[in-house]
Structures are given as C-alpha cells and as structure tokens.
Design a binder for this molecule. Structure first.
Ligand code: PEP
Ligand code: MG
Length: 325
C-alpha cells in the first residue's frame, strides 16, 4: 500500500471523468513541511499557528513568530500556505496566558473571540505574518467566526497593520487574501453576506459537526454517536458548496472528514473540489479520486438530499457506490 501511494505522489489528482481536485495538507510546525513534497500535496490548506504557541514556554515575540512564518513560506516554496490565526483558549490552554475557568471551553472565549478582545496579541501575529510574506502572497483565515462583523473587525486590524508597515517603509505582501473558517453553524445562515466580504472560506468540519449536533468532539461517548455522512450534515455542506459557487468564492474543507476516503468521496459528490487533510491521508484519498466517476456520483447522491427522497441513508448509499466503483 505505502509503495502504491508513493507511486501516486506525482500523478495528477483528477477523477476518471476529468474533474480536477486540489489535495492540500494540514500542518502546524516546520517539521511538517517536508511532507508537502513527500505526499505530493498542492499546498498547505490549513496551517494551525497555535502549535508554535503551545510548545513555547512564554508568548512568542514578534520576531520569533515572523521567523517561523518565514521558514514555513520558504519551505513551501511555490506552493500556497493558508495560515490560520491563533486558535487558543478554551481547552487549548497556554500556560503563560492567564485563562479563566469555563464550563464549556469549546464554546467559550477562544480563537478570534480572544483575538478581538486582546487585539495586541492578534495584531502582533498579523504583523509577523505580513512581514514574513513581504514580496509574496499571504493567505490568512480566521477561526470560530460566528458573525460577519467579526471578520470585518479582523480585516480592519490587518488594514491597520498594513498601513503601519507601509508608513515605516517595510516591504509588504504582493497580494493578501483573507478568509473565514466556517465552523460555527450560525454562519450557514449568513452566507450571502459573508461571501460578499471574504476572499475564500474553509470549512472546519470538526467544529461545525460538533456544534451542529451538540456533540463534544473530544468526548467519545457522544462524538461518534451521530453520522458525519448523515442527511443533516450533508445538506449543511451542500448549502456551503452551492452558496460559494454562486458567489464565485473559493471553498476548501480542512477538517478530518477530508482525509477519510469515503467521506472525501461524498464531499466530491457534493461539489467540493479542494480538500485539505493530514499528510498520511493524501495517498488513500488520491487513489479514491483517480478511480472516481464524479459526475455519476453527483447525479446519484444529490437527489438523495432532496426532501422526501425515499432512501436517505447516505452512508449506505456511499458504501455501495464505492463498492461498485
Ligand atoms: C476544524 O474544526 O474542522 C478544524 C479544521 O480546526 P481544528 O480541528 O483545529 O479545530
Ligand atoms: Mg476548528
């Protein structure tokens, strides 16, 4: 198997009926970057910046952050990297950041919420990213956005930092694209407004599922209780694909679902064309992509999502389809 996947590394990720699929990888530290070439990923679809903060014993300073982002971009070379701003707080505790006891940390003071309330932290990170990406492209997305306004506030911090750097004659990125992670269900009902403002979106299916089903992703009693390939979640994801297509906004999915071949197949059937996953999943997912008739799958899967369809056991259908394939 391993050898088979290695042979696939430089093969195009195109379905049997000619649909091109972009397969990217998730990363969080510099040591992950060699996997880009080894696994044949098209880019880093999710760079979890909090890892550097979690392994440090004190808050990484501006120049330390900048050095890390520079190394990441250098290691990625021509391949794009999508950085995610700090997603700490809640259960991801930084020993040196005073934290408060919370009853529901996942739904608590974390990620962009913390960033907007402590703009000094977020602005330092943004400045480090802008400096590291000077003369090249910067792609940055914000986690745990629940309202469009939060993105607008984050964007204005980026604009402030940009202005500051220009005033001090620093070189800045050639191009900046700002996006949002769709991982709080409230965003599903604000897509038209959100998509007017963002350059791209990325679905964080781990959190989106946890919040949609009110099932703690870290609690095995409930985390496997509901089916990620069930009707409710499939419809939610379809809504995102349709809205982003209509608005011509690029969409990626970077949660664990993307790395499971059966689920990745479902995502392609819904219309996703860009997936980001852990490096080890790239081979198996690419093998699936290359053996798939995406048009046929879409034609058979999508009607099942319509209200009143007599057979709405999506997982069973997918398993059967995969076996036939
Ligand atoms: C997600 O929520 O799906 C995601 C990709 O982010 P994380 O797993 O880091 O919360
Ligand atoms: Mg998340």
């Amino acid at each position: 198997r391993q050898a088979q996947y290695r042979r696939l590394r430089n093969k195009p990720s195109v379905t049997k009926d000619g649909v091109e699929v972009t397969l990217q990888m998730n990363a969080g530290l510099l040591v992950d970057l060699p996997h880009l070439a080894e696994a044949g990923a098209a880019g880093v679809g999710l760079f979890r910046t909090e890892l550097q903060f979690m392994v440090a014993s004190s808050f990484p300073r501006l120049h330390e952050q900048q050095a890390q982002y520079t190394q990441i971009l250098d290691a990625a070379g021509d391949k794009p990297v999508t950085f995610r701003s700090l997603d700490v707080g809640g259960d991801k505790v930084l020993p040196y950041l005073r934290s408060i006891q919370e009853e529901n940390p996942a739904m608590g003071w974390r990620a962009l919420r913390l960033g907007l309330d402590r703009p000094g932290l977020l602005r330092t990170q943004i400045r480090a990213l802008l400096l590291a990406a000077a003369g090249r492209d910067l792609k940055l997305m914000f986690p745990m956005v629940a309202e469009v306004n939060e993105f607008l506030k984050a964007r204005s911090l980026v604009e402030k930092e940009l202005k500051h750097l220009r005033r001090h004659k620093h070189e800045v990125p050639d191009k900046i694209r700002l996006g949002v992670m769709i991982e709080v269900p409230s965003l599903l009902f604000q897509l038209p407004e959100l998509l007017q403002h963002v350059d791209f979106v990325s679905v964080g299916s781990n959190d989106l599922f946890q919040f949609m089903y009110a099932a703690d992703r870290g609690n095995t009693r409930v985390s496997d209780r509901f089916d990620t390939l069930g009707l409710g979640f499939m419809r939610a994801l379809k809504r995102i694909v349709d809205a982003t297509n209509r608005a011509h906004v690029p969409v990626t999915l970077c949660g664990e679902l993307a790395g499971q071949p059966l689920a990745a197949m479902a995502l392609l059937g819904l219309g996703f064309r860009d997936l980001s996953m852990s490096p080890a999943s790239l081979g198996p997912v690419k093998a699936m992509v290359r053996s798939l008739d995406a048009g046929r799958l879409a034609a058979r899967l999508q009607p099942r999502l319509a209200p009143g369809h007599r057979d709405q056991d999506i997982r069973q259908f997918l398993v059967q389809f995969a076996e036939e394939m």
